[in-house]
Design a protein around this ligand. Structure first.
Ligand SMILES: [Zn+2]
Length: 332
């Protein structure tokens, strides 16, 4: 009987709080999306403003689509960390100025009177892919989001791996070279210093500043600050030598990181997210080849390496999925 009561309300809200934008979805417990929106975070205005604005936008999303806040059963929020996902407290986030020990869960619950859970944004993104995206058919999944850094998420036997104080999955800070590039985590040679979208851009900037000739300089009209991973990819398509060199290096490091992960977790699938996946075969074909060369055959053969399929909605969908399926963990 209690179970029936628990599922009385049909809808969930999933929120992905990013440094630049907030994504929000209204979904049911089957994963059908009824409404969605995104809006600028305006992170520079500080945590109180950001949270109040999210609550306002949440109520608007529900009301303008003909529902009532009373129809919402639970709210899931993906946030940059580090954070305590059990208590829903964000300790601090590089892209969210002023966020220090913010009781995000408590504030949202109080303002909405709806049970709320908060988890790491990378965990939410991979959980979204598991629920409704590229990981649908799998229970042993590693997720990598190639962006400013590399976000990681680990799902084993259908469950997120969280670690003793919920900070597991920092795959981007796995070192590939103890004498390598210094990272903001204090480590050297971190995976994300070589295989994130920012790394591609940074390496291109550095090489061009050192005097390397490239079409990349023309694409950005001499303004090297405008170099992004997409610009390097454009250079690659134009058969530019430097772009090719940078792209091959990127794939070499990405493959090395992935083969490490494969040997540790023996997953069924590695799902790669981020704008870089738009490169399609130019990324995945050489990547799979490079991984295969350095991985135990039995492990490689069990693991697919595929692009994510939910794009920027993955985090919001996953936040809703987590609060739905792992509610016990969050005490909601
Ligand atoms: Zn690091």
């Amino acid at each position: 009987m209690t179970k029936k009561k628990k599922y009385f309300k049909k809808f969930l809200i999933g929120i992905d709080l990013g440094g630049t934008n907030v994504y929000m979805v209204l979904v049911d417990t089957k994963g059908k999306i009824y409404a969605e929106k995104h809006f600028p975070t305006l992170a520079e205005k500080g945590p109180d403003f950001v949270i109040d604005n999210i609550i306002l936008e949440l109520k608007n999303l529900v009301n303008t689509n003909g529902y009532s806040i009373k129809d919402i059963w639970r709210i899931g929020i993906g946030s940059p960390g580090p954070l305590d996902s059990k208590k829903g407290i964000v300790y601090g986030a590089v892209n969210l100025p002023g966020w220090k020990y913010v009781k995000l869960k408590e504030k949202v619950q109080k303002a909405t009177e709806i049970k709320t859970a908060v988890d790491n944004d990378a965990n939410c993104a991979i959980y979204g892919e598991k629920w409704l995206g590229a990981g649908k058919k799998y229970n042993n999944i590693i997720g990598l989001t190639l962006g400013t850094g590399i976000g990681g998420g680990i799902i084993i036997n259908g469950k997120l791996i969280r670690g003793i104080n919920y900070n597991a999955g920092e795959i981007g800070h796995m070192s590939l070279n103890p004498d390598g590039i210094l990272c903001k985590c204090k480590g050297k040679g971190c995976f994300e210093q070589y295989a994130s979208a920012s790394a591609i851009a940074n390496i291109a900037k550095e090489k061009i500043r050192q005097g390397k000739k490239s079409i990349i300089t023309e694409i950005v009209k001499g303004d090297l600050n405008k170099i992004t991973s997409k610009v390097v990819y454009e250079g690659l398509l134009a058969n530019d030598e430097l772009a090719k060199e940078i792209w091959n290096e990127f794939i070499k490091y990405l493959a090395t990181g992935i083969r490490n992960i494969l040997h540790i977790f023996n997953p069924e699938v590695v799902i790669i997210a981020g704008g870089v996946i738009n490169a399609g075969e130019k990324l995945f074909v050489p990547l799979r080849e490079a991984v295969k060369k350095q991985t135990f055959e039995i492990i490689y053969n069990a693991a697919k390496i595929v692009p994510a399929s939910l794009s920027e909605r993955a985090g919001a969908i996953g936040a809703a999925g987590l609060v739905l399926f792992e509610g016990d963990f969050y005490g909601v």
